[in-house]
Design a binder for this molecule. Sequence first.
Ligand code: SF4
Length: 236
Amino acid sequence: MDLVGAPEDVLARRVRGRMIGLVPQSPATHLTPVRTARAQLAETLRELGNPAGPDDLAALARRVGLRPADLDLYPHQLSGGMAQRVANALALAGDPWLIIADEPTTGLDRPLVETTMSELRRLTGEGRAVLLITHDLRAAEQVADRVAVMYAGRIVSLTSADEFFTRPRHPYAAGLLDALPSRRFTAIPGHPPELTLLPDGCAFRPRCDRATAACERIPELNEVACHHPLEHHAVR
Ligand code: SF4
């Protein structure tokens, strides 16, 4: 299905919540502050055409690691981890096959990042795909099977997580890993371009020490989009 061109009623009836569930950034602030988690979950299930009784809500709570009584709390009474689980329950309410988790670890301390990542990993164990959007490479390393790296609005590397974290071949992917404090702690020189002022050819060219005249053409993505990919870039 072409989601970009799909009519609004198709998106509303077939896609949102049913095929694709969303775990938003900052779940606690995404929840309606004056309604309990139970009321919000019941409403979501009703809207998806699955009106739920107390037993259904209790089962959904247990599935995401909450006690049924936790559903009677208001958002301000939830810990960060509990709010994350409520967000997971809302995303799972329509039993979608894809969960999009948008920067779910922003602003969380490290223990809560670990918890959030193991929750997401558990969802994949139920035969569901999770698309995690993140700047947190340590978090991605915990859960990812495949990693897509974007630069200036384009995917420039699409490889297995193992290859990305141990043998990155795109210069930008290698630079991201080298910038981690736990690795070389060396920044990539320069700044990302304005998306309205992209250079001709490869957008990473002004920052890339491997650039040649060939890079004035946009490289095609074939696992990596690069005219001169790295062969063996040791990053550990
Ligand atoms: S295509 Fe050229 S400029 Fe772009 S990342 Fe590869 S080597 Fe660098």
